[in-house]
Structure formats: C-alpha cells, structure tokens
Design a protein around this ligand. Structure first.
Ligand code: BDP
Length: 598
C-alpha cells in the first residue's frame, strides 16, 4: 500500500472536492472495453449516480443482477498548483477496479470494501479538462473475498453465485474525492494508550515524507492544549484524561503540524478517543472496567440504496441502536464506509470490525450449512488458497490501517464462518492472525465468528482468538418450532463443552436469531411469526445467562436485508429486529427491556 488511507481534511495546506454526482456508466459483458479503448471515452454510456450500488436502481432484472465488467466515467477541471499532489480517492469500488486518468492506467485495486487511493499528479492536465475512467468487475471466485463463484448461463450471461448470504451489491458505492495534499506530508499515524492513575499516556508514531520535523498536539474542545511533542515517535501525557466510553464518548483532537521557516507545510487533524480495551480473565474490559457487549450483526443495506453510504440511514440506525440500549455492532461481513466509524466514535458505540472473509466453504446455501452443520468441502485444501490468503492478508492490512485510530473499534474479526475443522484451515489462518497482531498498534483482541461445526472438539482455529465468537442458530436451523426444547438441551451441552475450553477467554455470540415475517402473528407461535422470534430469543437468553463466561450478545440481524433470491429466502433475510425500513418488530421490545438492565 503506497498511498495514505487517512480520511481527508480541509485546512490551509490540504483540501478536497467531491466528484459525487451523475457519472457515465456502461456494462461490458464481453470484456472488450480495454481493447476498444473505452478508457478514451465510453462508446454508448448511460447516466448513473455515484456513489450507488447499481442493482436496485434498475427496473430490468438482467441489469440488476449484472455480473462481469462495467465502466464508469467522469470529467473534472483542475487549476494549476505545482506545490501540491493530486490524490484520487474512492471510498471503495466493489470488488475490483482498474483506474485510468486521461486514458492512462493510473492504478488497480482488488477488494471491494476499502479505499482505492491513487496519486494521479503525473496524469493530470492542469488548467484543463480531465477524464477519469474506471473499469470495475464484480465477479466472485474462490480467491476473492468474499468468496463465491460465477455461473455462466447457456446464453453466456454471467451470474454471481455467492457462498454468502447477502446480495452482491456492486459499483462505486462510496464517495469519490479529489484531494490536494502538500508534497511534504503526513502519510499515516498510529496511537496507543496507557492509563497511569488519572493521566493517559498517548504513544504515537507517524509516517511522513520530507525532512522537516513534525509536531503533534492534543487539544480538548474546552480546555485547549493538553500536550505537545515534536518528533516522529513519542508519548504525549494527557493529565486527568477524560476517557472515551459509551456513556461519555469524549473526543480530543489530535493535530499534526509540519513547518519550515516560512510557515506551515502540512497540517492534519483528527478525533482522538482515549480508551483501552482488553479480553482477559473471562471478561472484556474497557478502560479497566468490565463491559458486556449488547447489539447486532449488521449490514450496509437499504432499499434502492443497496450498500451506498447515506448519513440519514446511518443516523436512523444509530438512533435505533440507542433506543434499544445497544452498545455494539459487528461490521458483518466487510469493513463499512468510514463515516460509520466516525459516527460511532462520536456516539459511543463499540465496533467489531470484520474483514470480508466470508463464504469460505463451498456452498451456495451456506446459511443452511451454517445453521445445521454440513459436510466439509475441504475449501482450504484447494490450489487457489495461496492467492486467497494473499488477498485476505491485504484486505486485513487495509482495514487495520484505515480503522486503527478509531476509539469505537475495539476488536478485529478475521473471518466469518469458514470451515475450521481440519489442519489446512489452521495453516491458512494462523499467519493471518499473526499478521493482524503485528500491524495493529493497539494490539486489539482478535476474533472470528465460528460456524456451528466449529465446536470445542472440532475447531482447529478457536485458540487463535482472544475471545471466542459463536454464530449459533439453536431454535432456528437447529431444532426450531415445537422442537425448541430439544434445541435448548443441545445448546446447553455445547456450552458445557466451551466452559472447559476457554481457559479464561471470554465468549460472545456474534449471531443468533430467527427469520421473522413482520406481517405474521400466530398464537400459539409458528416459525416465521413475531411470537416465535421472541420465544427463540427467550430460550437463547435463558441458556446464555447460565454461563458467566458469556460477555456479549450481538443478535442476527439489526434489520432485514437483501440476499440473492432462492427458495430459502423470501425476498431477503428476515432475521431483522427491525424491518428493512427500520421499524421495530415485537422482539425489539424484548431486547430493549433486557438491555436496559444488562
Ligand atoms: C450465518 C451467516 C450470515 C447469515 C446467517 C443466516 O454468517 O451471513 O445471514 O447465518 O442464516 O450463516 O441468517
């Protein structure tokens, strides 16, 4: 990774403007675009919004489900400024892209959920019109994360066949910014914190270009300057530090300044939350105090928008989380748009940040397998694994580098429900855990969400986790409806086994729940009714409450969400506590009451 993933800011040294708006778009089903020089201008484009997930905007099914190459194009004008570099920054392009500026290839990127950042200074024509062209592709295979396959229909049309349970929303789904930064500049910074009595020691490290010294300062919004230091590495002491926590998400400002004899060369500022987070002694600890995680596995998902980031929808989601007394969510199953983390920082919501390592089993109905336990597909024994591991490693690096300074991010999740039951899985994951540990300056706890097959006796990877995370569907995929009492017994048996296996590590639930149709009521309950969702949660909580090593409950899912169509999904997954329009189902009131007291 060469370019800085820092979120852009505006000051006298840096600025940016948005390229969001209407772009040109064109599908390229035969992948002829590059040969035919579409990078010099699309031959027959249509107008299309950026950012947007392209699927649900179309009324035509083939376009909604389009899979293959597709192009975007826009133009911009730029005044000359030789003192600064020009950076082009896409919040993400799903799943891979090649970017051209004025017809010249400026870079490429694999992975659909982290920023694509390019220094395009050499390709830009100043005081002139410029063209950006993007060749994107949304095919799935066993080296892409998330994993899946691409079906070819008899007429040659490609169709995404995910090994995961969410719609393969694609496109330029996050904002595009054109940034100007000084030639000598801050590239990146790390912080980690230590509490010493009432004070906090903020250890920092910066990465910069050029030779001028850098000064780092911490400000409090009312108290002013709290600490200052000069140098690329050092410690700042914040006296009587006001710590960041859900009830009081206090944010300081960290400022980086590079100066020469004439004045400022570079300035950068960001929020800084001072907090520690650990998993030890059977508990999770925030600032040295035990904390129980209450909340959700989520998706970036909404009608028409697909996975496009939108402040109004994000704010509604946070409002619902606060209303229901939640304090945490997992970014299942990919890193979200950066604005989610900024909002969580300011609202005091904790995040388990997950890399898009999902679908690591060969199954088109992975959720059924996930719930009931299926046959091993020896996914990690195939010859594509090396490439997959490299893509996984890079995605981890980009997520950790991007998100490492957010106080809201308390842990990283390295996977969701892979096969972990044979030695090759361990060989695959062990180096990834080690790599993640080595690059996170805060050494946050690492975890991975375990499939039902991954039990204390079978899982070869659970000991890599600092806290264990379970996805369990007792009462849904396992013994649902009238058999729920059998599910409860099986659940207790499994929990007894975990008790012997954890050796002081806490355990949380990262998924449990039941599909529920919001229009359906039935007394006595049947599966899919609102009554059954409550009963299923009540049974699960009864079991969990009997095991003191359980330190978190993130229910599946925050809201109903779109999936690929199929016989197991009624226009999407309906396990939401809220509908897709963010209105509460009955079970929401159960959770609200429970979490008020927890
Ligand atoms: C698990 C997956 C999740 C699914 C969920 C379900 O981790 O992505 O949506 O089950 O079946 O297998 O609802």
């Amino acid at each position: 990774m060469n370019e800085s993933l820092l979120y852009p800011c505006i000051n006298s040294c840096r600025d940016f403007h948005s390229l969001d708006g209407m772009w040109k778009m064109q599908f390229d089903p035969d992948s002829v675009g590059q040969k035919e020089n579409w990078q010099d201008g699309l031959p027959s484009p249509f107008a299309f919004p950026v950012p947007a997930s392209f699927a649900d905007i179309f009324t035509d099914k083939e376009k909604r489900d389009y899979c293959g190459d597709f192009w975007y194009e826009t133009r911009f004008h730029l005044d000359a400024d030789t003192t600064r570099d020009v950076i082009l920054r896409f919040g993400s392009i799903t799943h891979r892209a090649t970017i051209f500026v004025n017809g010249i290839k400026a870079g490429e990127h694999e992975g659909g959920f982290t920023p694509v950042v390019l220094d395009i200074t050499p390709y830009v024509r100043f005081d002139n019109k410029n063209r950006i062209s993007v060749l994107a592709n949304n095919e799935l295979n066993e080296t892409s994360i998330p994993c899946g396959t691409t079906k070819i229909l008899p007429d040659g049309r490609k169709l995404a066949a995910p090994y995961f349970d969410f719609f393969n929303y694609s496109g330029i789904q996050r904002s595009v910014l054109l940034i100007r930064v000084p030639k000598e500049r801050l590239i990146d910074y790390d912080t980690d914190m230590e509490l010493q009595g009432n004070d906090a020691l903020v250890h920092y490290r910066v990465k910069k270009t050029g030779d001028h010294p850098i000064t780092v300062e911490i400000y409090d919004k009312t108290l002013g300057l709290m600490a200052r230091n000069t140098g690329e590495e050092g410690t700042l002491r914040v006296k009587d530090a006001e710590l960041w926590e859900p009830e009081n998400p206090h944010l300081y400002t960290i400022v980086f300044l590079i100066k020469d004899e004439h004045g400022f060369i570079d300035k950068f500022r960001a929020d800084l939350g001072i907090r520690t987070f650990e998993a030890r002694d059977g508990k999770l600890w925030l600032n040295g105090k035990p904390i129980f995680l209450k909340g959700f596995g989520k998706h970036e998902d909404f009608e028409i928008m697909g996975r496009t980031f939108s402040y109004p929808i994000a704010m509604r989601d946070f409002a619902c989380m606060k209303w229901i007394n939640a304090n945490c969510f997992r970014t299942s199953h990919y890193p979200y748009a950066e604005e989610w983390y900024q909002l969580a920082d300011s609202l005091g919501i904790l995040i388990i940040d997950e890399v898009p390592a999902v679908g690591m089993m060969r199954s088109l109905m992975n959720f059924a397998t996930a719930g009931t336990g299926g046959k091993e597909t020896k996914f990690f024994c195939s010859d594509t694994v090396q490439q997959l591991q490299e893509n996984h490693r890079r995605a981890l690096e980009e997520m950790i580098v991007r998100d490492k300074n957010h106080p809201s991010v308390i842990a990283f999740s390295i996977y969701n429900e892979p096969e972990t039951t044979y030695p090759e899985a361990r060989e695959y994951f062990k180096p990834l855990f080690e790599y993640a540990r080595s690059i996170d300056p805060q050494k946050r706890p690492l975890t991975g969400a375990q499939l039902i097959n991954s039990t204390p006796n079978t899982c070869q990877c659970q000991d890599l986790c600092d806290f264990v995370s379970l996805n369990r569907y007792y009462g849904w995929y396992v013994m649902g409806g009238s058999e729920i009492s059998v599910a409860e017994k099986l659940f207790r048996q499994e929990m007894d086994e975990w008790k012997e296996t954890l050796h002081g590590r806490p355990l949380i639930f990262t998924e449990f729940g039941a599909d529920t149709y919001s229009a359906e009521h039935k007394l006595p309950s049947v599966m899919w009714s609102q009554e059954y969702q409550r009963e299923c949660y009540e049974m699960n909580f009864r079991v969990m409450d009997d095991y003191d090593f359980v330190q978190g409950e993130l229910v599946w899912n925050f809201a109903d969400f779109q999936t690929t169509e199929g016989i197991m999904r009624v226009n999407g997954n309906k396990k939401g506590i809220f509908t897709r329009n963010r209105q509460p189902k009955d079970a929401a009131y159960l959770l609200k009451k429970r979490w008020e007291k927890k």
